[in-house]
Design a protein around this ligand. Structure first.
Ligand code: GAL
Length: 326
């Protein structure tokens, strides 16, 4: 109990400290190296936060013959960092490495491995990772899944699918209070978002798969729940370039989603402060307090892309506010 109280206090202090600094753009791990976990997500498990993200290293190049800004690095796999206080991050290694030899493999360095998210399955006691898998021209449009007995891997890759036959690119996962897990993914050439209920083991999709934000062209989904309401923050579709975020709400996760406004306020709010959503992290023990986590992409040198962590709070009317000022 004493340990629990101490870690709870640590979390509160961290929230205050991070809120006061308002943003964290460059983050280093406990070895002093830049954190390399882009398009990431955070799992809170056993009193520790685990941050998973895309490992981006090596030179950035433009894919030949692409008629859009298709800047890439060779896929590096998925890295993991752990922290007790959201400030000190220990590098736990590359928990799902890319494949350097088999060109046909989903995880080959020539492929796209993006937006990994990890959830814990209480029934099977497994850690399940889903991620966007693509070919370098983004025509493959699939979701890959990997599994581990430990939050710090190794994760074993199980393969990829087009959920219920649908294209799937930018994505996130959300586990509801009843333990049911949902896969949110940009589909139909990114025009429409889908939400699919995963099976009880979280390893495949059920036939429950709904279309939301139809034709709205949203990506970079980040989902959270507050006061029984569901919130989905997303970006527009402008590749690595920043655009205006918006959020949608629903009273039930598979119900009607209503598009609202831009949750960002202040200078550069129309560009999401030059960042793109990737995750919304609930602060343990602080109902209504979250961190909005976003990527500040550097499209010409992707490995040096930074992160933006901003406090997100809900006002008395349940409206989320992400502010770049104190
Ligand atoms: C973004 C997407 C990123 C990445 C990028 C490639 O729109 O959110 O995850 O796929 O496009 O240009």
């Amino acid at each position: 109990m004493r340990t629990l109280i101490i870690s709870f206090c640590l979390m509160l202090n961290t929230f205050v400290a991070l809120s006061q600094s308002t943003k964290v753009k460059m983050m280093t791990d406990t070895d002093g190296n830049a954190i390399n976990a882009h398009g990431g997500g955070i799992l809170y498990y056993g009193g520790t936060y685990y941050w998973y993200g895309e490992l981006k290293s090596g030179p950035t190049y433009k894919v030949p013959d692409s008629d859009w800004e298709n800047y890439r690095v060779k896929a590096g796999g998925v890295s993991c960092y752990s922290s007790k206080d959201l400030k000190n991050w220990k590098f736990e290694g590359v928990v799902l490495p890319s494949n350097k030899v088999d060109k046909k493999h989903d995880l080959h360095t020539s492929k796209v491995i993006e937006r990994p998210k990890v959830i814990y399955n209480k029934k099977t006691k497994k850690f399940v990772m889903w991620m966007h898998i693509d070919s370098e021209d983004y025509s493959y449009a699939r979701s890959g899944v990997a599994i581990s007995d430990s939050p710090v891997g190794p994760f074993i890759y199980k393969g990829s699918v087009r959920p219920n036959g649908n294209m799937a690119r930018d994505m996130t996962l959300f586990v509801d209070d009843d333990g049911k897990a949902y896969h949110f993914y940009s589909s139909e050439e990114n025009a429409t978002m889908h939400i699919s209920l995963l099976t009880d083991d979280y390893l495949s999709h059920t036939k429950t798969d709904i279309r939301i934000l139809i034709g709205d062209k949203r990506e970079a989904p980040a989902v959270f729940k507050y006061n029984s309401k569901y919130y989905l923050v997303s970006s527009g579709c402008t590749g690595w370039s920043p655009n205006e975020a918006s959020y949608a709400t629903a009273d039930s996760i598979l119900g009607n989603w209503t598009t609202q406004t831009n949750p960002c306020v202040g200078k550069d709010a129309d560009k999401t402060f030059y960042a793109q959503s990737t995750f919304v992290l609930p602060v343990i023990g602080k109902p209504g307090k979250f961190f909005f986590i976003a990527d500040m992409w550097n499209k010409l040198d992707l490995k040096s892309s930074k992160y933006l962590w901003l406090p997100l709070h809900l006002n008395a009317n349940g409206v989320p506010i992400i502010s770049n000022t104190k």
